[in-house]
Every structure is written in C-alpha cells, then in structure tokens.
Design a protein around this ligand. Structure first.
Ligand SMILES: [Zn+2]
Length: 301
C-alpha cells in the first residue's frame, strides 16, 4: 500500500515536471513564420448540417532518425522522434485534446462527447518503433493514440509483440484492427475480405481482452460492400487515408479520411493543416498585454 503511494506520488511529480514547461504562454522559441501561422485565425470550414471536425492524423514510423540511409523507400512515412515531439508540443500549445478513434464512434453514437479541439493521433501497421519511440513521447505529453495493427505480423522482429500492445492498452491507448495480413481489400473477394475484417477483430479481442471497434483499411483500399461488411463484423467506425480535410460526416463513419503526416514536412506544414490556431489565446496576445511581470534584470526602485 505504502509502496504504491510512493509510486503514485513519484508519477504525479514526474507528470507535473513534464507539464510545467508547457503551460500556455510559455512557448518554445518558434520562429516568426510559425508564430504568424500560429496566431492566424482558425481555418474557415463552412460546416454543413451533420458535419463535424476532428483532424485524424496518420503516422507509420516514428524513428530515432531517418530511414533513408537503410535504402528504404519509405522515408516520407518516417517522422523523426524530434519532429513528432515538436508536433505534440504544438498540439498541446494550441489546446488540442487527443481522442481515440473509438471515442469519435461514441460521439457519433451519442454515448460520448468529444472535448474542445479534438485531434485523433493514429498509427498503422504495428511497427516496433511505435512502441519503442512514439509511445514514450505520447506518455510524456499525456496523450493517447490509436494503433491499427495487422494481427498476422504481431510478434515478428520488426513489429510489436502482444505484451507490448497490452502495455499500451493499459496506458490508455486504443489498439485496433488493420486486418490480418495487410491485404488491399479493394482487390480481395468477399470471402477473403471478411476473413481480414472479422478474424483480425476476433484475434485482437482474444489476445487483449477488450472490445475492438475501430478498423483501418490497409493501403486505404476500399470498394463497394466493404463498409457494410465492417459494420456487420461489429466495428463501429473505420478510417482510410487521403484528403487533407478534418471535416467528416456521420455518413462517412466507415471511411473517415485521415491526414497523413509526412516525414518530409516541416512544423509549418503540419501547423497549416490544423483547423484551430492560437489567435485569442495568451500565446498570441500582444506583448503589452502580456507584460504584467517586471522584465528580468530591471532595478526594483
Ligand atoms: Zn498499412
């Protein structure tokens, strides 16, 4: 009992220390171009009835360094740990609240509500770097994400293990389905598509002991009939790729478009795609309104 109190206090202290430097108004030194975009008015979205706004970000690798040197042709999918951290810091600075994809489904069902400025951070494929590199950074910022895993790959050398997935589940991350063998369902017949969709859900639920309600189409591949199949298998929501828009409709709940975060983009490109900015927050208020404190070094009398 006492041991757990100490562990709890240590964790609280660590969290407070981690969050301390990131209170609004205590911004990292962003350059002028970023500050200009940061403080620009929110994007004009002209929402129609039934539409809602959640940027759904798509990541693949978050690596310690770029993968280009290994001869992989996936460098645009590889966001460095430093860039990923800068993106999370920016989201926090702008008051974004990370939600899981399951929470978007709950909001659509009317069994839950979304916070102000929601953002869904998602990862595909189940690469080991997501556990080793991205997960600790998410935890540092107190943020949750959804990991779409292809079940047949779990436990292979470059992929996460069931134990690692369970650890992330326990830390509040959503573990969801990306099919079994990463088959492009656009080219699969109904029988194969059903196996990919239904058996991956079954496997995840069996291994992790939690209901799996979110599905991500491998390669974003979609064809007529798949949405119904995904729904019949018991999923409540599905995500695809493509499109830079954060605007969705209830009618697109079985193919929510995601914003792919490219490893080749800068923080400014990332920021430009976000619907909500910092105008009107202390971060962007003019210096004279922000100078109640005496500048350092000024004499007292
Ligand atoms: Zn994939």
């Amino acid at each position: 009992m006492r041991r757990w109190t100490i562990v709890g206090l240590t964790l609280a202290l660590l969290l407070m220390t981690a969050m301390d430097g990131w209170a609004l108004g205590n911004s990292p030194p962003y350059d002028a171009k970023i500050m200009e975009q940061l403080c620009a008015p929110d994007a004009v979205l002209n929402l129609k009835e039934g539409e809602f706004v959640v940027p759904v970000l798509l990541y693949h690798f978050v690596g310690r360094t770029t993968l280009e040197k290994n001869g992989w042709s996936i460098s645009s999918y590889n966001v460095t740990a430093a860039d990923f951290e800068a993106q999370l810091a920016l989201l926090r600075q702008l008051g974004y609240h990370p939600v899981t994809v399951r929470e978007i489904a709950a909001a659509l069902d009317g069994t839950g509500t979304l916070p102000e400025r929601p953002v869904a951070i998602t990862f595909d494929d189940g690469w080991r770097e997501q556990y080793e590199v991205a997960f600790p950074i998410l935890q540092k910022y107190g943020m949750r994400a959804t990991f779409f895993v292809s079940t047949a790959f779990v436990g292979y050398p470059r992929f996460m293990s069931w134990e690692e997935l369970a650890e992330m589940r326990d830390a509040g991350m959503e573990i969801a389905s990306h099919g079994r063998k990463h088959v492009n369902l656009m080219d699969a017949d109904d029988k194969e598509a059903w196996r990919e969709i239904a058996l991956s859900k079954e496997k995840l639920e069996e291994e992790l002991g939690v209901p799996v309600v979110s599905f991500a189409y491998a390669f974003g591949g979609w064809r007529r009939g798949l949405s119904g199949m995904v729904e019949r298998a018991g999923y409540r929501i599905a995500v695809g790729v493509g499109g830079g828009s954060a605007v969705h409709r209830a009618g697109t709940r079985y193919y929510l478009r995601r914003m792919e975060v490219s490893g080749r983009g800068t923080l400014l490109t990332f920021l430009r795609r976000l619907p909500w900015r910092g105008a009107g927050t202390p971060l962007c208020s003019p210096p004279e309104e922000n100078s109640s404190r005496r500048p350092r070094g000024e004499p007292v009398d």
